[in-house]
Ligand binder design. Structure first.
Ligand SMILES: [Fe+2]
Length: 247
């Protein structure tokens, strides 16, 4: 019998940084630089991260080099739009994949597919498509956005159990404050992309999650609303004057 010495590593597979063009497009102010997250990850004892900006694989060489110097394994990732639904793709080629039938050509052991916040209310959340295409998914996400008595992850937990899929904890961070409250502990044979994917597929993954306070829930909800940022811009004295001048 082979006895492995597993190493426990701390991981977050769902983070947005300031190179996320969609957040800019939707009027959300500048997100943190990837190196800011890496610095914080080092402080909090993470070993594995993936930046998953919307619609574009994040594989920036400078960031990968910075992560390597800080002993962080960075996995190329993307929050893709597949049939207009969010799907997390890891270690995929830089190729727009628009449909599940296209996705079929790329899936395999060297890649990983996670269903992010599948039963949250947004139109981009998978909902029924998760059942329709369940065979494409290697894992289901338990997102950080929950509080005592309010947890939109409940159905994701049930579905993961029903289909015997691993559940991973991740932050879906858009701010540094959101990072580190929910993450995954993995038991890996080796600290490599293969080691991480193998650990997830073998369900050697444990979620660590801290519920948010009511105030944090309200703050994060408001952060995601475009009108709030518009209002904030107008309410800043400098911007108000600029607006008057333009008028
Ligand atoms: Fe996301």
């Amino acid at each position: 019998m082979t006895v492995y010495n597993y190493k426990t590593v701390k991981a977050d597979f769902h983070i947005h940084n300031q190179f996320d063009y969609m957040e800019k497009h939707f009027g959300i102010p500048v997100l943190p630089h990837p190196c800011e997250y890496i610095d914080m990850a080092v402080e909090k004892g993470f070993q594995v991260l993936s930046f998953t900006n919307h619609g574009l694989l994040f594989d920036d060489p400078a960031t990968f080099e910075y992560a390597r110097k800080n002993n962080i394994l960075l996995i190329p990732g993307e929050e893709a739009f597949i049939e207009n639904k969010h799907v997390l793709l890891y270690n995929f080629p830089r190729q727009h994949i628009n449909t599940f039938s296209e996705l079929k050509k790329y899936v395999g052991k060297k890649r990983l597919v996670i269903a992010p916040h599948p039963f949250f209310p947004g139109k981009f959340c998978l909902k029924d498509k998760l059942f329709q295409y369940i065979d494409f998914f290697d894992a289901i996400e338990h997102c950080h956005f929950h509080a005592p008595g309010f947890n939109l992850n409940k159905k994701a937990i049930e579905v993961a159990r029903k289909y015997d899929l691993p559940l991973v904890g991740s932050s879906d961070a858009h701010t540094l404050q959101q990072f580190g409250k929910t993450y995954s502990l993995l038991k890996v044979k080796e600290l490599s992309i293969k080691g991480v994917f193998d650990a997830i597929r073998a369900q050697r993954v444990e979620i660590q999650t801290t519920p948010l306070s009511l105030w944090e829930i309200i703050r994060y909800y408001l952060y995601s609303r475009r009108w709030v940022h518009k209002l904030r811009k107008i309410s800043r004295p400098g911007n108000r004057n600029e607006k008057k001048e333009r008028d």
